[in-house]
Design a protein around this ligand. Sequence first.
Ligand SMILES: [Mg+2]
Length: 183
Amino acid sequence: MTAIDYDLEFLEDGRTIELISIGMVRDDGREYYAVNRDMPVQRIRKHKWLMENVVPSLPKGHGDAKIHMPKRWLFHYADPVVKHRERIANEVMDFIRSAGPDVQLWANYGAYDHVALAQLWGRMIDLPEGVPMFTHDIQQERSRQGLGWDDLPQQESGEHNALADARHNQTVRLWLASRQEAA
Ligand SMILES: [Mg+2]
């Protein structure tokens, strides 16, 4: 079994879930991070929480590129992690499939993450072969072990950066697993 811990940042309005960024971490150390250049920037700009918590960690370019990034941009369009949604869908599919046939997806409070992930490829029925139809939830395992949220390892930095969150999810999942083994 190989596990992939992942996290999505998204704009969610009670009806739709729009991808902003995705981070994935595999047990073998491989990682994936992408920012959706097709994200609905106008709507995100009006979303105070996203502007304060998620947008600051989006790529702003380095060196000269940073200096020359127009102020109205939420992220730097020329950064290599910024990609069209369709390309992200293909790369995420490859990332999951190349983990092998026996892959588990894991996320934290992962219901919305799973839907937004699956919608990369369209409808439920369009889910590519080799992509699991469900995501294991760290919260379910926490609850099953009779633990509270405060009992889990806490994230030290980078909260709401999808890759940092995915790495932390991996830390927590492995911690829960080792605890289980010791019991
Ligand atoms: Mg997150």
